[in-house]
Write a protein that binds this ligand. Sequence first.
Ligand code: GLN
Ligand code: ZN
Length: 760
Amino acid sequence: MAQASNLGFPRIGERRELKKATEAYWAGQLEREALLATGAELRSANWNKQRAAGIDVIPSNDFSFYDGMLDMACLLGNVPARFDWDGANAGIDVAFSMARGTDSAIACEMTKWFDTNYHYLVPEFSAETSFKLAASKIFDEFVEARDQGIHTRPVLIGPATYLSLGKVTDHSGLDKFSLAGALTDVYVDVLERLAELGADWVQIDEPIGALDLTDTQRAVIETAYARLAAVSGIKIMLASYFGELRDNTALFLGLPVAGLHVDAVRGRDEAAALAAGIGDRRTLSLGLVDGRNIWKTDLGAAREILAACQAHVTSERLQIAPSCSLLHSPVTLRHETQLAHGLCDWLAFAEEKLAEIVFLARAADGVVDNAVAADNQRAMHHRARSTLIHNDLVQRRVAALTAADYRRRSAYPERARQQQAKLKLAALPTTTIGSFPQTQTVRQTRAGHKKGRVSDADYDAFLAAEIDTAVAMQEDMGFDMLVHGEFERNDMVEYFGEQLEGYAFTKLGWVQSYGSRYVKPPIIYGDVSRPTAMTVKWSKYAQSRTRKPMKGMLTGPVTMVQWAFVRDDQPRADTVKQVALAIRDEICDLEKAGLAAIQCDEAAFREGLPLRRSDWPAYLDWATAAFRLAAGGVADSTQIHTHMCYSEFNDIIEAIAAMDADCISIETSRSQMELLDAFAAFAYPNEIGPGVYDIHSPRVPSVDEMVELLEKAINVLPVARLWVNPDCGLKTRGWAEVKPALENMIEAAGRIRARYVSAA
Ligand code: GLN
Ligand code: ZN
């Protein structure tokens, strides 16, 4: 019989129980025992949900109080020296100190888990690194489930992925892959211990199978699995996900493991070939249900892939699974009663995906639940034809686009001339990235208005007063280009999504972003359009309060799509075009309303990069085109800004230039302007505002520091095209630090002007 299997279930709870408990624990309001009890309840509920749904292979150790990579670091005793770990059991308090930092030790770095919006804690290696079995979580949770009558398959992140995603933090010149042998020793211990406890299978995740691998990484994989597969009494289900195996296929098929899991959603085209190659002794786990999106599986289409694989694999050696852990899906649809009529019928969150997995596993054995199949087909049919999705006007507009729509009227030099004539900006103009501190009052008033406790009139008066204060402050400080402060916005995607057709918002559709931070991504379910202006009212008001130029403030099309659950019935490139047109309309309306500069933030531009290099050009093509489409409707004299809050541009600088924004502001202060090298080496042709004020910390940078950073910038970029601004928006900061920091920034700009500009 084919088995219904799962790779991981969301641990946050239906109502964010995990967040509430961990944050209460951190705040000292909840005892450790109570926190542990909440964890145990969530695990038990999840195991029982999976069992009740008919899942045969249920994971354990997929739970975490913070992050699975962090748990691996604890299991492996890979705790950086600065945390003063006593070398005994590395339990949750050690994990929390690594994740959050302590008075004396800064937290471990966090970064994105492949191309998801989940973040993991980056393992740290140094010349001192050694490994040993140091935590009992994986064993405890296996036993805990066993005591509840549930036999689980424990989950681990594999040694090759662990090493590949970690970084060397000292200057020893250590080759981290040289640690593979010592690391594998501990994995051997873990497997032996699990076998002793009665585990017959273990799931080892190696999502780097979806990446371009170096020869070193390949060698690490080969050597590690030769050893791990030799541990007796326990079988390995090696899981690759998040993409196709492509040129890693032979490597993975050649490993002596007992089972291989593959992503048959993103890798649907490879699935049959993998099934043909797996031989007649190993188990194939087919990830047929998308673990990281929210759409119902087209069960008919999934059965076709399944059938193609079944030509090669008997059902005794077949498991049906989600493509990856369901961690990246919201928990359940049961509470989403407010969603637009019909929409719920098209969706499947983690719980609903379990039922799909079970259906497909039974179907593999020829037991087809016809009622489920018919209902699924009806839903697919309904969705494909629904008027909720299709908007003729939008489709006709996209079809009618021509090359000219993707271009500004003139090239940058001519635009710059016209913009300068209109804006008359000083050299090294000063500005900010958009948001000002979202104080308690701002957030409370906005929430009160949303709930109806604050009237429209009172809310408007409140926002107007906030803007007045912000404008007056910027004028007093001497800013050259002002912003209105974004007090009306909760989130840079939600604010726009709520005003666009084709976007829906769930009530409890949370997914973990990192630690206790969860996000509720909007769902782009249909053709996107903009019924009415979204930002004009407040931008126009703000401009009316000053003679200085006010910057309109928008989120760009790529970011609007990247931070959402995106429809799967058309290419992303098509969806992003529709969003770009909606933003284009907004930009044009802002221009009409008298805004001479408009910033279109693309915070997620880089994150959208595909996992494989060879897929980059196609992405960069449509992503830059979308930005140009959004910005292409305005006159030459209107200045288009963009903003990106990260610092790696080396490999995408041409695409950044191809966006053709008049000015780009970027994060640079933490890297000491190093990243500017990319802009200098490439001779970036337009204006650029390298951040000189690190907004990620409450520390107020001194004038001297910022002068120094600006001097570094001047060494590599022409003064005439430089701006002065912070790294990012200021919404997470408090006024107490923002005011002096901005004052210092203005003074730094003044000193630099005196030094370089008059001399030039
Ligand atoms: N304009 C936004 C802000 O200032 C930009 C935020 C971002 O880039 N993440 O908050
Ligand atoms: Zn930013």
